[in-house]
Design a protein around this ligand. Structure first.
Ligand code: MSP
Length: 515
C-alpha cells in the first residue's frame, strides 16, 4: 500500500497530573470515529493516543501527593489507558513519554538540531506558567497572569534555545504552500498573524527541576516538556529510524487532532523543529473547540469536570459519542448540558434512527414471515428512486466531510437520509399495502431494509455498538460490513434470509428526577 492509502491520526498525549475528564474523552472519541471510518473505508490506519508524563506540572502534582513521579505517572497513565479500553477505542498504539522508545527519539531529534546549528546555550529570564507548561513575554500577560488565566512565575536559569526567530519566513511560506496544514481556516489565520507578529527564540531546556529527559551531553538540563511531548507522534512510528516501515507509511499522512489551546505548539513550534531537522511536518493540524459545562468553564476549582464514566453509565457510550460529535460543529466551542444530550438521545436517536429501524424490522417480522422481503415488482416509483439515490450518494458525502474532519456534517447528512426514510415509510404506508398490494409492500420494506443496512454500515464509525446490533438484526455477515459493501450491487440483502426477532437499539432516556 502506498502512503496515500494510509491514514495516521493522533490525539494529544494527555498530561497525567490528574484523572481523565470529558475534555480528554472528546478528542479521543473524535479521533476514534475518524480512524474507524478510514478503516471501514479500506485504508491502512494507525491511530495513536497516549500520555505526556514529564515536566514541572506533573512533577509538582506527584510531589503534592507525596509520591515519586515515576510511581505517580505509572498509576495515572494506567487510568488513561483504562479509559481508552473502557470506551472501546480502536487505537493501535498507546505511547508514554517515559518509555525508552520515546526517550531515544527525543534525544536523537535534539542531537539533530544541535548538528544543524538550531540549538544554542543561553539563559532564560522571563515568565513561565506551570499549568500551561509555557513561556510568556511580559507583554502577553493580562493582569499579571498568562492569557489563559494560568498563574505565572518568574524564571531565571541557564537554558538551551531553539532558533525559532530564524524560522519565521520559512514557516510563513510553508503555510502558504500547504494551505490545508492548519484547520479550521479561522485557526490558520490566527497562527499566520501570530507568526507575522515576529518569533522569538524558544527556551527548550530547564534546570530548576529534574523530571524530564536529560539533555544529551548536559544532564543538568532536562528537555522542555513540549519538545519532548510533540516528538511522540514520530517516536511511536519508530523515529529516529526514518527507514522504519511505520514511519515511511504513516508519517506523510499524519493528522494531529488537538484542542485550540495547544495550537501554537503544534502549528508553530512543531513544524519549525521538523523543518529545522530536515523532516516533513505532519499533513494537518486540526484544532477543535472547548466544552463548557452547563454554561460554565470546566475547572478543578469549580469542581464541575465531568467524569466520562458517569456519563457513559447514565446515557450510554454510543449516545455520548453521538451527542459530542453531532451537537457542536467540530472546531467550534460548545456547551455540554444534560438537557441537550437528553434531547439528542430522544429525538435523533430514539424517535428518528431508532424508530426507523424498529418499525421497519417489526413490520418485516410480522408481515414478511421474519425474512428479508422479496422485492417482486420490477417498477421503481419516483419515491423509491429518491430514497435509493439519496442513500447511494450518502457515502461520498460522508467521506468528504470526514476527510475534512467535519464530523458534525457527516452526521447531519446521515440523519437527512434517516429523515427521508421515515417520510418514505409514512408516504408508502406499508401496513396498508398488506391488504391492497402485498407485492408492493415487500418492495417497500425491502427498500427500507436495504437503506437501514447502508445507514448502519456508515454509523459503525460513530456508534459502533448500536450499529453492530442493527447489522446483526439484518444478518449482515461480518465480512460484509466494510464500506466496500456499501453499493447495492455488492452488499445487498439476500431476499428470504431468516431474520432474528427485532429488538430496539436506541431506548428513550427517561429522566427519573424529572419524571
Ligand atoms: N500534554 C498536552 C498535550 C501534548 S500533545 C503533544 C496537553 N494535555 S492536556 O491533558 O492538558 O490536554 C489534552 C487535550 O484535552 C487538549 O487538546 C485540550 O484542548 C483538551 N481539553 C481539555 N479540556 C477541554 C475542554 N473543556 N473541552 C475540550 N477539550 C478540552 O495539553
Amino acid at each position: 500500500m502506498s502512503s496515500a492509502d494510509c491514514f495516521y491520526v493522533t490525539t494529544p498525549i494527555y498530561y497525567v497530573n490528574d484523572v481523565p475528564h470529558i475534555g480528554h474523552a472528546y478528542t479521543t472519541i473524535a479521533c476514534d470515529a475518524m480512524a474507524r471510518f478510514a478503516k471501514l473505508d479500506g485504508k491502512d490506519v494507525r491511530f495513536l493516543t497516549g500520555t505526556d508524563e514529564h515536566g514541572q506540572k506533573v512533577e509538582k502534582a506527584a510531589h503534592d501527593r507525596g509520591i515519586e513521579p515515576q510511581a505517580f505517572t505509572d498509576d495515572l497513565s494506567q487510568r488513561f489507558r483504562d479509559l481508552v479500553a473502557d470506551m472501546g477505542i480502536a487505537n493501535d498504539d498507546f505511547i508514554r513519554t517515559t518509555e525508552e522508545r520515546h526517550k531515544d527519539g527525543v534525544k536523537a531529534l535534539w542531537q539533530r538540531l544541535v548538528e544543524t546549528g538550531d540549538i544554542y546555550l543561553g539563559g532564560y529570564a522571563g515568565w513561565y506558567a506551570v499549568r500551561d507548561e509555557a513561556f510568556y513575554t511580559e507583554s502577553e500577560l493580562i493582569d499579571g497572569k498568562a492569557p489563559t488565566g494560568a498563574p505565572v512565575e518568574w524564571v531565571e536559569e541557564p537554558s538551551y534555545f531553539f532558533r525559532l526567530s530564524a524560522w519565521q519566513e520559512k514557516l510563513l511560506s510553508f503555510y502558504e504552500q500547504n494551505p490545508d496544514f492548519i484547520a479550521p481556516a479561522s485557526r490558520r489565520n490566527e497562527v499566520i498573524s501570530f507568526v507575522k507578529g515576529g518569533l522569538q527564540d524558544l527556551s527548550i531546556s530547564r534546570t530548576s527541576f529534574s523530571w524530564g529527559i536529560p539533555v544529551p551531553d548536559d544532564p543538568d538540563h532536562v528537555v522542555y516538556v513540549w519538545l519532548d511531548a510533540l516528538t511522540n507522534y514520530m517516536t511511536a512510528l519508530g523515529y529516529p529510524d526514518v527507514g522504519a516501515d511505520g514511519y515511511k507509511k504513516y508519517w506523510p499522512e499524519a493528522v494531529h487532532i488537538i484542542g485550540k489551546d495547544i495550537l501554537r505548539f503544534h502549528a508553530v513550534y512543531w513544524p519549525a523543529f521538523l523543518l529545522a531537522a530536515g523532516l516533513k511536518p505532519p499533513k494537518r493540524v486540526f484544532a477543535h473547540g472547548w466544552w463548557t459545562i452547563e454554561g460554565e468553564k470546566m475547572s478543578k476549582s469549580l469542581g464541575n469536570a465531568l467524569d466520562p464514566y458517569e456519563l457513559i453509565e447514565t446515557y450510554g457510550l454510543d449516545q455520548l459519542r453521538y451527542f459530542m460529535l453531532r451537537e457542536v460543529p467540530f472546531g467550534n466551542d460548545g456547551d455540554f448540558s444534560r438537557a441537550a444530550i437528553i434531547n439528542r438521545i430522544n429525538s435523533d436517536l430514539a424517535n428518528d434512527y431508532g424508530n426507523l429501524c424498529q418499525r421497519v424490522l417489526s413490520m418485516i417480522a410480522k408481515n414478511c414471515g421474519a425474512k428479508v422481503p422479496q422485492p417482486l415488482s420490477d417498477t421503481e416509483t419516483e419515491d423509491d428512486k429518491v430514497l435509493h439515490d439519496s442513500a447511494e450518494a450518502l457515502l461520498g458525502t460522508v467521506r468528504k466531510h470526514v476527510e475534512a474532519q467535519a464530523l458534525h456534517k457527516a452526521l447531519e447528512a446521515v440523519f437527512d437520509v434517516v429523515a427521508l426514510a421515515n417520510r418514505y415509510v409514512d408516504a408508502q404506508a406499508p401496513w396498508a399495502l398488506k391488504k391492497t398490494d402485498p407485492d408492493r409492500m415487500e418492495d417497500v420494506l425491502y427498500n427500507l431494509a436495504e437503506t437501514i443496512r447502508r445507514l448502519a454500515l456508515i454509523t459503525q464509525a460513530f456508534m459502533p455498538a448500536a450499529s453492530e446490533k442493527i447489522l446483526d438484526q439484518l444478518v449482515v455477515a461480518a465480512e460484509e460490513r466494510t464500506l466496500s459493501h456499501y453499493p447495492s450491487e455488492r452488499g445487498r440483502l439476500e431476499p428470504g434470509t431468516p431474520l432474528p426477532k427485532p429488538a430496539g437499539v436506541f431506548p428513550r432516556y427517561v429522566d427519573e428526577a424529572a419524571a
